[in-house]
Ligand binder design. Structure first.
Ligand SMILES: [Zn+2]
Length: 116
C-alpha cells in the first residue's frame, strides 16, 4: 500500500488518508473521536452510501471493537449534510430574472402600440 493511503471500512476503496473521515478510538479513554487523537482508527468515505453501510453493518464497531452509540452516527450524518449544503445552494436555478425581463419587454411593446 502506498504511503498515507488508507482503505474505507465500507466500500474498501483505497485513497489518500485526507480523502477520508478518520474515526479514532482514543487510547486510553476508549472514547470515539473524529479526525484527531491517538489510538486505533478506521477510515470512511464522506459519502451517504458508505456511512449508511457502516451503520447498518456495524463496520465501525467491528473494526474498533467497541459499541458505536447512535449519537455518534448522528454527528457523522450532520457533518455529511453540512459538507454537502454549499453545493446544493449553488445549483438552485434562478428563474425569476428571466420572467421579469419578458414582462417588461411586453409592456414596452404595448406602450408603442398605444402611441400609434
Ligand atoms: Zn467508502
Amino acid at each position: 500500500m502506498p504511503q498515507n493511503y488508507r482503505r474505507c471500512v465500507s466500500c474498501r476503496k483505497l485513497d489518500h488518508r485526507n480523502s477520508f473521515w478518520r474515526i479514532v478510538r482514543v487510547f486510553p479513554s476508549q472514547q470515539l473521536q473524529l479526525d484527531q487523537g491517538m489510538g486505533r482508527s478506521v477510515y470512511l468515505c464522506p459519502q451517504a452510501d458508505c456511512l449508511k453501510l457502516a451503520q447498518k453493518k456495524d463496520r465501525l464497531g467491528r473494526s474498533l471493537r467497541l459499541t458505536v452509540p447512535e449519537s455518534f452516527y448522528q454527528v457523522l450524518w450532520l457533518r455529511l449534510q453540512s459538507s454537502n449544503s454549499p453545493e446544493a445552494a449553488a445549483s438552485s436555478p434562478a428563474v425569476e430574472p428571466a420572467h421579469s425581463n419578458l414582462s417588461s419587454s411586453e409592456d414596452w411593446l404595448k406602450d408603442r402600440q398605444e402611441q400609434n
